[in-house]
Design a protein around this ligand. Structure first.
Ligand code: HEC
Length: 207
């Protein structure tokens, strides 16, 4: 996927130049694009781009791309383009630096996107756990999960996940009882996933 994007993108990239006396230079930019490919069509801000010209428009007006700076942030990209005019094209070697820059930008962005995704997933899990705990467990096991329910239960905040799982399954099948299991049994019908979310939430309350 990277490869295709890159190939396509490299088509936009010219080349090596030498300046002459009439050479002109202008800087254009575009911030917070959601994907790299969008840059090919949007109007750029700044310089001779003036919010009116896309890369293509600029090229039609005899501007050539001299340099590109891409800054990824929070899964979005900001671009800075250096355009030149009236320069003499020296040869047609693709600038290796630009190539590298784009690769780096894509890589950084992927790592960042992954991080954001993992964070969101964790938040969702903890929200589910919190919701469930407050709704179904809190009144007997306490606001901080450190209450001894009915004077018999362990403090949930001190239990490992395996211990919780064993006892919950036990309540479900009537083979775990510290004397008040009839109180707990109705709440033992929760899925593994829900129990894990509740457990993870309980761990956050201990901090
Ligand atoms: C109506 C009160 C009540 C509610 C609501 C309740 N529990 Fe309990 N829970 C108890 C009691 C009482 C015990 C101890 C039962 C026994 O074995 O005698 C217990 C025991 C447990 C144990 C085992 C503790 C030990 O000592 O091994 C776990 C784990 C547990 N509850 C988790 C939960 C979770 C998770 C929820 C919410 C989904 C929940 N409970 C909701 C009353 C409740």
């Amino acid at each position: 996927m990277i490869k295709t994007k890159l190939d396509k993108y490299l088509l936009l990239i010219a080349i090596l130049f030498t300046s002459n006396a009439n050479a002109q230079e202008t800087l254009c930019y575009k911030e917070n694009l959601k994907s790299i490919s969008e840059i090919e069509t949007v109007k750029l801000n700044g310089g001779a781009c003036q919010n009116k010209n896309s890369i293509k428009d600029m090229q039609n007006n005899q501007w050539v791309i001299d340099d590109i700076k891409i800054t990824p942030k929070d899964g979005k990209y900001s671009f800075l383009y250096v355009f030149k005019k009236n320069v003499i094209v020296k040869n047609t070697t693709v600038d290796v630096d630009l190539d590298q820059k784009i690769l780096m930008a894509i890589k950084t962005d992927r790592v960042q996107t992954k991080k954001i995704k993992a964070k969101k997933e964790l938040e969702t899990k903890l929200n589910n756990g919190e919701h469930l705990y407050i709704l179904k467990c809190q009144r007997c096991h306490g606001e901080k999960a450190n209450k001894v329910a009915s004077n018999v239960s362990a403090k949930l905040s001190e239990m490992t996940y395996e211990e919780m799982e064993t006892s919950i399954v036990g309540y479900r099948f009537n083979d775990y009882n510290k004397g008040r299991s009839f109180l707990m049994k109705p709440y033992s019908e929760i899925s593994d996933k829900e129990l894990k979310n509740v457990f993870d939430y309980i761990q956050t309350m201990k901090k």
